[in-house]
Design a protein around this ligand. Structure first.
Ligand code: C2E
Ligand code: CA
Ligand code: CA
Length: 879
């Protein structure tokens, strides 16, 4: 049990008396010889009276050299039991610094030293009765640093004090003798395990043993080095008590604490001063041991993989005197910079070190607390695979490869595209038979030349070459043969036209090559882009005629072809591609007329043309007077009722000398010259009369559709003319339709709407001719009071092969449907075209498939009988 009892202090004095102090009942003295017991208690009323103790709480009893007994009390200072049975009092009232006494000791000079709870140290000179006090004095650094002194020890030169908060204090008695107060303190800073000290004992060798709040220590008074002991050395506990220390005569020491007491012979305490080496004894990773000699790489570094850091080190301090008491501490530099105490545990474990460099430092001590040198283990934790330099290199390579492969794929794609483009380009720009540029290509490069030429003074020549009577070769020897001939002609042209013939002089258009092209059939062209005068062209032309005219041998057959060449010069004969080509063409025909195998420059072409026109105009005027015109009628078939419901009137001109002249050629002249007004009137009247005649003849409900030129349409009196025609013919107005071209209708929107409304009000229907060739805004179309759309022939032509055309026709059908317009498809020539139009629900059909435009007699015949044959088209469609 705790060494605390009702008798804090005991003493057997030399006169064989037992002195026993109690905690609250005063002091008892028993004569061990007689057994007589005396008790001393205080009496507040008689406090300062002699022979009465000053407190019932006794803390220390010592016998001093004079034979007197000195008793320390709590609350009553020091009582000295003199041999004469009197008691002397040293208390606060006569100079003691505190009445609470912990310890008393006598020195060799007969002075009493008194340790107090709160008054520091007192020195009582028993001879003089003088008291000297040593307590904290902030102005005197040499004095004691604690006012609470728990234990005292007197040695030869020094007085030692165990203080509560300043460690062990040491007073130099010799210096004090000389009048100099000099305290020295030994605490934790000097290596003492604790500064809260309780008791002090000196052993035979002069070492001072100190009990304190963390065990015991042995202090070397000479070098002030202490060795600390704790429970691991067998102490009763880590704390001790004040007043509980005692040295027997034999030298044996006793120190008491809360769990009992320790007693030992100081000379026999095994003090180990051996500084042990420290070694790594075991290493394991995830509980798998690795032999130490395999652990380090050649640089002595412990290399760990990122995912292998569940590790355990075992160390040993190589001191085997009491190995279980060896202690360890470590520090993982790079991770923590402080030493961690392991106690007697010699294992260090880590569970997840990050990647990087570390140094594990370990120290071990022997059982006496002597520490080894540091053992340092360099550790490198490798970064995880995905963060190593070779991983980065790998990423880089992969990224590069991906990039290169993308670039490569892109290049391939571009190459393919380019190849395709080249192929398309070839198809679009080259003639597949001869490999020469085609018409498109030729026109484009000429166009380009002309656009550049506008900015400078350039001369160029366009040659139009036609082979004479080539058709005969084709007809007699076959197309294959003809093709072979054309290929050879192309070759000869290539050789005859050399770029070196023409030195580009200052030309911005230098880059232009003389281009030979095949326009189609037996027609070739040569564009001479760098010439100064026609003579140069003549030279080439002659060479071409010479070369091409040489006999050509194909498959053993020898044939001879001759060219006729027309030449137009830029800029004299034209400044546009169309002009130049047309004039070269004209010149070529002249060359042919001049007897073939020759060439002709186009000359005075404008005059020629004007003449031509004037001539034609004259002839036209005459024609009107001479009534050389006739109307033909082309039936329109209603697919729904499978009957003929309408006929378009188309003018025909049979010129006595020229024969039939196409309306395409003369209508524009008639329009320009104003002849159309008179002519149009005639057409209108004739058509109305004819339709009335059909009606009268029993051709029920056949409408006549009359083309009205835009020139006519703009005339203010057209309405009167129409009224006139109807009046004269007596034709019901609903059997008359007027055909106006899309461009004529759309040109003057507001005016035209009004005009058209007039006709509509009269009961006349309006058809928009050549629909799709203009660029009508379809939203506009809604505003016009029209009845019929005539889809232009050009869309019908390729409706069965050209998706675009088909789509346009289909769209027109949808549009017409929503606007409730009739649709007539023009120029229907084949059953296939008809089939598609029927599928698109186009109701009205006009075209050669059913009938060409016919003179009246034939038209009537057609309606009456011949159409019956054609009306089986539906069966034909089914097949
Ligand atoms: P248009 O008004 O578009 O007349 C239709 C033209 O197409 C007619 O040519 C007709 O013969 C032709 N055609 C009809 N079906 C087919 C077919 O299946 N295949 C082919 N290849 N052609 C077909 P035409 O008679 O030579 O008239 C040409 C143009 O002259 C007319 O085109 C029209 O703009 C004008 N025209 C003709 N007669 C008159 C007229 O009496 N007055 C006015 N102002 N212009 C007229
Ligand atoms: Ca027409
Ligand atoms: Ca038309």
């Amino acid at each position: 049990g705790p060494i605390v009892s009702a008798f804090p202090s005991l003493l057997v004095s030399k006169d064989n008396k037992l002195w026993a102090g109690t905690f609250s009942s005063g002091l008892y003295v028993q004569d061990l010889n007689s057994g007589k017991l005396q008790s001393f208690k205080t009496n507040p009323a008689l406090k300062n009276t002699k022979n009465i103790i000053t407190s019932n709480a006794i803390s220390k009893i010592i016998e001093i050299s004079s034979g007197d007994v000195s008793v320390g009390t709590y609350g009553g200072g020091v009582n000295i039991f003199n041999r004469d049975k009197t008691i002397s009092h040293f208390t606060e009232s006569n100079g003691l610094s505190s009445n609470d006494i912990f310890d008393i000791i006598e020195d060799e000079s007969g002075n009493l030293w008194v340790a107090t709870l709160s008054g520091g140290l007192n020195k009582i000179n028993l001879t003089s009765g003088k008291i000297e006090v040593f307590k904290i004095d902030n102005n005197n650094p040499e004095t004691i640093k604690s006012n609470t002194i728990l234990g005292l020890l007197n040695t030869k030169d020094y007085l030692w004090m165990a203080t509560k908060d300043a460690g062990v204090a040491r007073l130099d008695k010799n210096k004090l003798e000389e009048g100099k107060v000099e305290f020295m303190h030994i605490g934790t800073e000097q290596g003492l395990a604790s500064s809260f000290t309780y008791g002090l004992l000196e052993d035979e060798s002069g070492y001072i043993w100190i009990s304190h709040s963390k065990g015991l220590s042995r202090l070397n008074p000479f070098n002030l080095y202490s060795i600390n002991f704790n429970t691991s050395h067998g102490l009763q506990g880590s704390d001790f008590h004040s007043g509980s220390f005692f040295k027997a005569k034999s030298g044996r020491m006793f120190f008491g604490g809360p769990n009992g007491f320790n007693t030992f012979m100081p000379s026999q305490v095994a003090l180990n001063t051996y500084k042990p080496p420290i070694r790594l004894t075991k290493f394991s990773q995830s509980n798998t041991e690795t032999p130490i000699h395999e652990l380090f790489n050649k640089d002595g570094v412990l290399v760990l993989n990122f995912n292998e850091t569940v590790i355990d080190f075992e160390f040993a301090a190589l001191d085997y005197t009491k190995p279980e008491l060896n202690q360890y501490k470590y520090k993982m530099e790079g991770h923590s910079e402080v030493w961690s105490d392991l106690g007697t545990n010699n294992h260090i474990s880590f569970s997840s070190l990050s990647d990087g460099y570390f140094t594990l430092k370990v120290k071990g001590s022997n059982n006496g607390g002597v520490w080894s040198d540091e053992l340092a283990i360099p550790i490198r934790v490798l970064p995880p695979l995905w963060r190593t330099w070779y991983a980065y290199l790998f990423y880089f390579i992969v990224a590069t490869l991906i990039f290169l492969s993308l670039v490569h794929q892109h290049q391939i794609k571009i190459q393919r595209q380019m190849a395709n483009e080249r192929k398309l380009h070839r198809l679009a720009y080259f003639d597949s038979l001869t490999g020469l540029p085609n018409r498109q290509s030729f026109y484009e490069s000429m166009e380009k030349f002309l656009s550049l030429a506008k900015r400078g003074k350039y001369n160029a020549g366009v040659m139009f070459i036609d082979l004479d009577r080539f058709k005969r070769i084709n007809d007699t020897l076959g197309h294959n043969f003809g093709d072979q001939v054309l290929m050879q002609v192309a070759d000869r042209l290539r050789h005859s036209v050399r770029n070196s013939d023409f030195v580009a002089r200052n030309y911005e258009v230098k880059s232009f090559k003389n281009e030979i092209a095949r326009l189609g059939g037996d027609e070739f062209t040569v564009f001479l882009s760098h010439i100064v005068n026609p003579e140069e062209t003549t030279l080439v032309t002659q060479r071409i005629i010479e070369s091409v005219s040489q006999p050509i041998v194909v498959d053993g057959y020898e044939v001879s072809v001759t060219p006729s060449i027309g030449i137009a010069m830029y800029p004299e004969n034209g400044t546009t591609v169309q002009e130049l080509m047309k004039h070269a063409d004209v010149a070529m025909y002249q060359a042919k007329e001049n007897g073939r195998r020759t060439f002709k420059y186009y000359s005075n072409a404008l005059n020629d043309k004007a003449l031509e026109r004037l001539e034609l105009e004259e002839l036209l005027r005459a024609a009107v007077v001479n009534q050389e015109f006739e109307l033909y009628y082309q039936p329109q078939v209603d697919l729904k009722s499978n009957t003929i419901t309408k006929a378009e009137a188309l003018i025909r001109w049979n010129q006595p000398k020229l024969g039939f002249v196409s309306p395409v050629d003369f209508i524009p002249i008639a329009e320009e010259s104003g002849i159309i007004v008179e002519l149009g009137d005639w057409i209108l009247q004739t058509a109305c009369m004819q339709a009335k005649a059909w009606l009268d003849a029993g051709l029920d409900n056949i409408k006549v559709s009359v083309n009205v030129s835009s020139v006519q349409f703009k005339q203010t009196n057209l309405i009167d003319n129409v009224k006139n025609a109807l009046a004269l013919s007596q034709l019901p107005s609903h059997l008359l339709e007027l055909e106006l071209t899309e461009s004529a209708v759309m040109s003057d929107v507001e005016d035209n709407i009004e005009r058209l409304q007039h006709f509509k009000d009269m009961g006349i229907t309006i058809a928009v001719d050549d629909f799709g060739t203009g660029y009508s805004s379809l939203s506009y179309l809604k505003k016009f009071p029209i009845d019929t759309l005539k889809i232009d022939r050009s869309f019908v032509d390729e409706i069965d092969s050209n998706e675009n055309d088909a789509a346009i026709v289909k769209a027109v059908m949808v549009l017409a449907e929503t606007m409730q317009l009739n649709v007539v498809a023009e120029g229907v020539e084949t059953l296939e075209q008809l089939r598609i139009l029927d599928k698109y629900e186009c109701q009205y059909i006009q075209g050669y498939f059913f009938s060409r435009p016919l003179p009246n007699r034939d038209f009537v015949k057609f309606v009456r009988s011949e159409f019956a044959d054609k009306s089986t088209w539906k069966l034909d469609l089914i097949g």
